[in-house]
Write a protein that binds this ligand. Structure first.
Ligand code: NDP
Ligand code: HSE
Length: 434
């Protein structure tokens, strides 16, 4: 029997905005190709949106505002591209309970509720795929879940939010302002419905939770991820970085940390970072994403591509949809949750980081010694110091060795209180330097 004669796999599409609109278009335009690859026609059975009257571009007979009823109808797969926690959580749990497989790009939901979604999928034998939830078009979750399932991953680090990378790239290259660049990112379809999810780091933190869970076979939720957005990154930070041949990026960093007693834990964090301009992540601009994965046997891998936008994200959704359809045609199923390692999460204060601190200090004898004493008092070792004289003041830049983040924070607090320190110009964590 040819693919076109096989029983169709019927798809309920929830949401037809930036991403869903592209998925609907590609499902229609590439129906023949998708059928050949899936082994059966992949048929759009209905589309749920909030305001059907605002979608003259879609076939009216497919449109509904009742997503729950569409899920309960004669469909095999639910593709969720609405976003948010509720009612999507309830919808997807209902779909999975009915044995209907789910494809979703909803990182916010997965970062909080993946455990119960996986349990529901396991119970009914349905599939749960979510490649589009992290890094848009980039095939990253499948390599972590499948290709690297036999290796021991030690680190996943990268740029996973297109909106903030778009803003930071513009601040660095053209000096453009924060607000105007955010408006442009929203217009281009990169930003979340509420863009504070992007700029305050929640979106990247959700993605870090998903990446850490898969990489370290543990359950990591957004509540476990230390999160700082780009709101505090100002022109002075960008300038301080430029003077030193560095640039500022918002990174998600997930690490397997081994303590002195040999016990392991997971550290997951999102915050702005200064990296050398020669670093590969420094050249990742606009809405592009890039993620490094380090594993014991594989060594270092890098994944790069478009991290946001309708069409790139639709590519990842359709890839999942074809996988789900193939599983259905072949009576198989996709990978299950693998949380067997159950590693604990290490608090940010105990996580080893490095700081770059830029100060304006009084230019007189003994000041450098006072600053150095503050580092020593917290057991923080200095890697490099540079001083540039101004008129009556001096500009001091200190880069530390690795130390517990809490010790570094306390050091900065103490330095800020010194009489000789006129201003703490910039404090930022550093990556990519030895
Ligand atoms: P949009 O805001 O563009 O689209 C949301 C869609 O959901 C709209 O069609 C809207 O209907 C519909 N909708 C909202 N509420 C309901 C409801 N109660 N019932 C039925 N339909 C509803 O979002 P995006 O396409 O940008 O994002 C969708 C998902 O994909 C989110 O989870 C997002 O995080 C994720 N994502 C987005 C990326 C991007 O670059 N945009 C990249 C990767 C993931 P209506 O059209 O009538 O308003
Ligand atoms: N708002 C997200 C971003 C969309 O800017 O990266 C892709 O997940």
């Amino acid at each position: 029997m040819s693919a076109s004669q096989a029983k169709p796999v019927r798809v309920a599409l929830l949401g037809c905005g930036t991403v869903g609109g592209e998925v609907a278009r590609l499902l229609t335009e590439q129906a023949g190709e998708l059928a050949a690859r899936a082994g059966a026609p992949v048929e759009l059975a209905g589309i749920a949106v909030r305001r059907p009257d605002k979608h003259p571009e879609l076939p009216p007979e497919l449109l509904t505002s009742d997503a729950a009823a569409l899920i309960d109808s004669d469909v095999d797969v639910v593709v969720e591209l609405v976003g948010g926690i509720e009612p999507t959580r309830t919808w997807l749990l209902s779909a999975l309970a009915q044995g209907k497989s789910v494809v979703t790009a909803n990182k916010a939901l997965l970062a909080e509720h993946s455990a119960e979604l996986f349990v529901a999928a396991d119970a009914s034998g349905a599939d749960l795929y979510f490649e589009a939830s992290v890094a848009g078009a980039i095939p990253l979750l499948r390599p972590l879940r499948e290709s690297l399932a036999g290796d021991r991953i030690t680190r996943v680090m990268g740029i996973v939010n297109g909106t903030t990378n778009y803003i930071l790239s513009a601040m660095d290259s053209t000096g453009a302002g924060y607000a105007e660049t955010l408006d442009e990112a929203s217009r281009l379809g990169y930003a979340e419905a509420d863009p504070t999810a992007d700029v305050d780091g929640y979106d990247a933190a959700s993605k870090a939770a998903i990446l850490a869970s898969l990489a370290f076979h543990s359950r990591v939720t957004i509540a476990d991820v230390h999160r700082e957005g780009i709101g505090a990154v100002g022109a002075s930070d960008i300038r301080a970085a430029q003077v030193l041949g560095r640039t500022v990026k918002l990174l998600a960093i997930c690490e397997r940390v081994t303590s002195d007693d040999g016990s392991e834990s997971v550290s997951a964090r999102v915050h702005p970072v200064m990296i050398p301009r020669s670093h590969q992540l420094a050249g990742v601009n606009g809405a592009f994403n890039a993620v490094y994965v380090e594993a014991d046997a594989a060594g270092e891998l890098m994944f790069y591509g478009q991290g946001a936008g309708g069409s790139p994200t639709a590519s990842a959704v359709l890839g999942d949809l074809v996988a789900v359809a193939r599983n259905k045609v072949g009576n198989g199923h996709g990978p299950r949750e693998s949380a067997h390692a159950a590693l604990p999460v290490r608090p940010m204060g105990q996580t080893p980081t490095r700081y770059h601190i830029s100060l304006d200090v009084a230019d007189r004898p003994g000041v450098l010694a006072q600053v150095a004493q503050a580092f020593a008092a917290h057991g923080v070792s200095i890697a490099a110091v540079r001083q540039r004289d101004k008129h009556s003041t001096a500009s001091l830049v200190v880069v530390t060795h690795l130390a517990a983040d809490a010790a570094l924070q306390s050091t900065v607090d103490d330095i800020a209180r010194l009489d000789a320190v006129h201003e703490v110009v910039s404090v930022m964590r550093v990556e990519g330097e030895d």
